[in-house]
Design a protein around this ligand. Sequence first.
Ligand code: 26M
Length: 815
Amino acid sequence: PEAAAGAAQPRPDPDMREAILAKLRFAVGRDVSAARDHDWYVATALAVRDRVVERWLDSIARTGPEKKHVYYFSLEFLIGRLFFDTVSNLNIVGEVRQALAGLGVDLDRIRAVEPDAALGNGGLGRLAACFMESLATLDIPAFGYGIRYDYGLFRQAIVDGWQHEIPEDWLSFGNPWEFERPDIKYLVRFGGSVEMVGRPDGTIQHIWHSAETVVAVAFDTPMVGWRGRRVNTLRLWSARAADPLVLEAFNRGDHVGAVADRMRVEAISRVLYPSDATPAGQELRLRQEFFFTSASLQDLLRRHRERHPDFSNLPDHGAIQLNDTHPAIAVAELMRLLVDEHNVRWDEAWRITTATLNYTNHTLMPEALETWPVELMERVLPRHIQIIYLINFLHLESLAKNGEISADLVRQVSLIDESHGRRVRMGPLAFIGSRRVNGVSALHTELMRKTVFSDLHALYPDRITNKTNGITFRRWLLEANPDLTRLLVEAVGPQVLDDAEALSGLERVVGDPAFRDRFVAVRRRNKERLAQEIAARTGVKVDPAALFDVQIKRIHEYKRQHLNLLETAALYAAIKAEPNRDWTPRVKIFAGKAASSYVVAKLIIKLAYDLAQVINNDPDVRGRLAVAFLPNYNVSLAEIIIPAADLSEQISTAGLEASGTGNMKLALNGAITIGTLDGANVEIREQVGPENITIFGLTAPEALARKAEPDHASRAIAASPRLASVLDAIGSGAFSPDDPGRFAGLVGGLRDHDPFLVTDDFDAYWEAQRGLDELWHRPEEWWRKSLLNVARVGWFSSDRTIREYAEEIWRVPVG
Ligand code: 26M
């Protein structure tokens, strides 16, 4: 926000122009006259990067080795673009804009050239990215550890309403933000067997004769905090074949075999797994998880050993956060490294491990909880399965010491699930191996205690703690919505740029008509921009004066995009039945990707598309209802949609959305939420006040009880003529005349089972929507509520979340 920073803005630096020109010539290798947008982008990014590097080296230098570091282990970092984030956090937007303008180049044009770093699926990966930014902002020394995927999350193409996945080749034009570190590399081993050798002192040494060795090479990306206060490192590992092996095969004359081996090894970092709810269960996924976990642990142990005689004080110098169970093999690998490789006694190693690791749970959905077949683990990680068995034995034995244990309790808390083939349960493994285990919203944490982890919680009552998610306001307000930011700075002062809670100063002006008009004008510009984007991407023309009703997130039955679509079809029918009523003009905006193998999710996208075809081409509803499904939802598209949303759809089945973070981004930018009492919606209601949010539907306990009633769906349908008629219409092909049976299965599923209680919540949702229609007709009231949302969501800053992790989980000082 160039003007927003006001007096704090440094004076333009004539060097920036020269720096960009030098990069263009000597790093890109292009003359000014031949340079195209992409060349300018790379030249400018490299010039900016030089400024980052100074602060990066300075951050490392002034962080003494004694300072405790945070290590965030995550298989996903959904970063998006880095150019504007970096320029904005360094507070040099004006300077760079001016330098480029002097060269005849528009900053906003070249920033759009950057591909998104989409190394994540959704909420979990984006949370990791927000956390990296807040860690640097709060001056906490931290490393993010993950995988440098050659291919990020697939690009979504919509062809005739059907999703197609296209490989996301984000590195094909190079990546100016990363530094390859060929000297920082570790061997990660797989397979083979374990030899046990007796030692003279009566102990047994385990020697792992692995079958395969992979090299993990580091690629570092600087993570710049707000005002460039600190720059941390995101270290992503790339898999390389170990050369000697290849050479050996080559010398044997097996050139093709050697190249094939190399392919198999390097496949580990080839592509992000694109499922965000059902664990993949394939060997490659397990190899990815172990690959990055092992390399990261080796890296931090090496750094520790450079300054300390042993590992006894590791917990004083490092705290590891496991982002979900994806890196949970860290429990066994840290034990292996300490016991087998560094000769630490088992008990001491266990003390160190359980004082260093922490685990964040992001879902309670049983089908999403990771388990690995014992047989697979024996083959891929033979030493680790032994260690897990021993951890399990000691864990169960300690229960026995504390009283009698029933077969039932053992079944509940054992690390091995014996119910459908023998499988290692990664959630309980992470729980047992961690000092703290956290949920991501108050409700979710409470449900963790009461459901999936109830038995472990009874054994370790102090371990589970809540850390409600947050979002970085730099990206989701200052960068995505610069006009609103300027207005906020004028209204409440520049401290709002540094302190999210300063937004509460807005309370003073919510009733001021002049201020409200300016707020509405800013929103209007944002909506015009989105309308252009919708026209460009879908051909649908929408009126920026209409209510923009937005549901943007991964497509999933529990998130209930189909509930929204049923309401859309019912509204369409109602408008057609009473065309002369004073309907609130609405644009229903959807965006999101479906996992490639998730057939129902893809059908839900097709339903959105088919509804849009009929509704957008019906003159009877023109100007009152339009539907747009925007293809290829990603961070950059979110940055355009969110500042233009009037209504935020957060309508998951209560008890199933762990937190949500899109809900926070939308409220921060002035959208009013329509939602269930689920995840962080509960806390949004507490913060903004129940009169400024529209809550509907079953609560989590009610939903649980309702699901158990076998005929709940048929009863709900029988009680609601509107629902019955919309199901009939969709199920019989009213929106799919080319294939009338297309949605019969989808509708049949709702009639027969409806595990996500779409039918049960339909009427309440309909009524809540009609209440919002009414509210739209009272603009002073609508915008007052909208403004109060902005004023009262400061608590959802990821700075607050990270402060809580720092104080309670990591025990590191906050700058
Ligand atoms: C597992 C196996 C194979 C491939 C992929 C996965 C996998 C990847 C991501 C499973 C789950 C994944 O993410 C779950 C997730 O994104 N959870 C969301 O986390 C957010 C941050 O805490 C919450 O806000 C959301 O409510 C929660 O759904």
